[in-house]
Ligand binder design. Structure first.
Ligand SMILES: Nc1nc2c(c(=O)[nH]1)N[C@H]1C(S)=C(S)[C@@H](COP(=O)(O)OP(=O)(O)OC[C@H]3O[C@@H](n4cnc5c(N)ncnc54)[C@H](O)[C@@H]3O)O[C@H]1N2
Ligand code: MOO
Length: 428
């Protein structure tokens, strides 16, 4: 507010452009909202990271096998190695003429009528074409009797798993422990990975106090900032949590300017609805020079607002109700952060399966409903148990959920046993 000549002047009423004044049928669909958001995917760039640092991050380059895998013919079993032609009549006794151990190849070739000891992973000596597991042999001091012919040669051939130059890992692939092991086997100590996007988290609201403080009358802890921070980390991004921003246009405007100057993405929490003290929507509209959309046909999470700055920084205004923030993040911010790290669009959203409903679910009206619940498998069938309370203001809701059940807009009540699509929430 401005004070002039002793009079309190109200800031001129902010009027939203006509496309913002909407009825439910004009709210954007979840699919369109996601499309707009992913079209604004930031590109945080690339960097090299040592393997321990690269674990869990996203590869930025194609990695081709630098050599044949395995690099040489080797044994798949502990036992002996022989020539197959010597096994025509069994049992047969052959002299033991040496050994090929892992890391210590045999000193000479194997000739007809001879056997050598061999261990798993050891190089197959020249001349040999058959490994016999030791369980099929009787060992003497200098000789071995082969009792049975195995049904496989037990030789892992050079290049059998991956030929030199074949693509092995792809850009956008998450470096899980197995991929880290494969890179190490290629002698690649520092792969090129996507930089982690930086995400500013701006919680707004005069009712908020920091953790550790004693909430006064009407105050609550700024819990959503901690939840969103943990969600951002779970997506492999770097959170930057701003101090609580008060419910004033000036404060929200200042924080948005700071946050968008130094981040790939700004997430605000609260202040996007139609209350007198909800300034985020207006500021987001100004900072993005006309926000892309506000209000989605979904529940919870309806008043989510989105825009991008001139520099291409994405601005997501999450609604303040805890469940609304959570669902908005999972449906839109998680895919955005995945795409920013190179994940293909069609793999960026939560995995979706069909499940059998464990209890009746309310119909959805004009907005698609996302129900908090638990999925579990029973006798090979995926089932979904919705939680009994689905209030978007309930901070306990998603702490007890591992999935989102979808009731499509306009769909009537669903009975127990009905089939419904379910999105699986990642743990942690
Ligand atoms: N007249 C109308 N009122 C509301 C509408 C509407 O269409 N017309 N929509 C409702 C819906 S739906 C939602 S969702 C909320 C979203 O409101 P805001 O995004 O403006 O959020 P606030 O009003 O700031 O807060 C809502 C609720 O969440 C609590 N909150 C906020 N921030 C935090 C935080 N950081 N940590 C924990 N809890 C937080 C806040 O105290 C409120 O209880 O608007 C409805 N109203
Ligand atoms: O959309 Mo609000 O999130 O219904 O509570």
């Amino acid at each position: 507010m401005l004070v002039e000549a002793g009079r309190l002047l109200r800031r001129p009423a902010f009027s939203y452009p006509p496309h913002i004044r909407k009825t439910m049928s004009q709210f954007i669909s979840v699919e369109d909202a996601l499309e707009h958001i992913l079209n604004a995917t930031p590109n945080p760039g690339i960097e090299r990271a040592s393997l321990p640092q690269a674990a869990g991050r996203y590869l930025a380059e194609m990695v081709n096998a630098p050599a044949d895998v395995p690099a040489f013919d080797n044994s798949a079993m502990d036992g002996i190695v022989v020539q197959r032609d010597d096994l025509d009549a069994l049992p047969v006794t052959l002299p033991l003429v040496g050994e090929s151990a892992a890391g210590h190849p045999a000193h000479r070739d194997l000739r007809a009528g001879e056997a050598m000891r061999i261990s798993t992973g050891a190089r197959i000596p020249e001349g040999a074409d058959q490994v016999i597991p030791r369980e099929l042999c009787d060992f003497g001091d200098d000789e071995v009797t082969i009792l049975e012919r195995p049904d496989h040669d037990h030789i892992r051939r050079c290049g059998e798993y991956l030929a030199k130059g074949r693509p092995a890992l792809f850009p956008g692939q998450r470096l899980d422990p197995a991929a880290i092991g494969l890179l190490a086997s290629f002698n690649i100590a520092a792969p090129t990975v996507m930089r982690r996007p930086t995400v500013a988290i701006v919680a707004t609201g005069d009712e908020l106090v920091e953790i550790g403080e004693q909430p006064g009358p009407g105050q609550i802890i700024n819990s959503n900032a901690y939840m969103v921070e943990a969600l951002v980390r779970s997506c492999g991004a770097v959170p930057r949590v701003f101090p609580i921003t008060s419910d004033s246009y000036e404060a929200v405007s200042r924080t948005f300017a700071q946050a968008s100057a130094s981040s790939d993405l700004v997430i605000s929490i609260g202040g996007v609805s139609v209350g007198e003290h909800d300034h985020v929507r207006r500021v987001l509209d100004e900072v993005s020079r006309g926000m892309t959309f506000w209000k989605i046909r979904m529940k919870p999470g309806k008043p989510l607002a989105f825009g991008t700055t001139e520099r291409g920084v994405a601005l997501v205004g999450l609604p303040g109700n805890p469940a609304s923030s959570f669902v908005g993040f999972q449906l839109f911010v998680r895919p955005l952060l995945a795409c920013a790290q190179g994940v293909p669009r069609d793999q960026a959203s939560l995995p979706r399966v069909n499940a059998v409903l464990d209890a009746p679910a309310k119909g959805a009206g004009g907005r698609r409903a996302y129900l908090a619940g638990q999925w579990y498998a029973q006798r090979g069938v995926i089932r979904f148990a919705p939680l009994s309370d689905q209030s978007s203001g309930n901070p306990a809701l998603f702490a007890g959920a591992n999935a989102l059940g979808i009731v499509e807009e306009g769909q009537g009540q669903l009975k127990t046993g009905a089939s419904l699509p379910v999105l699986l929430l990642p743990g942690g």
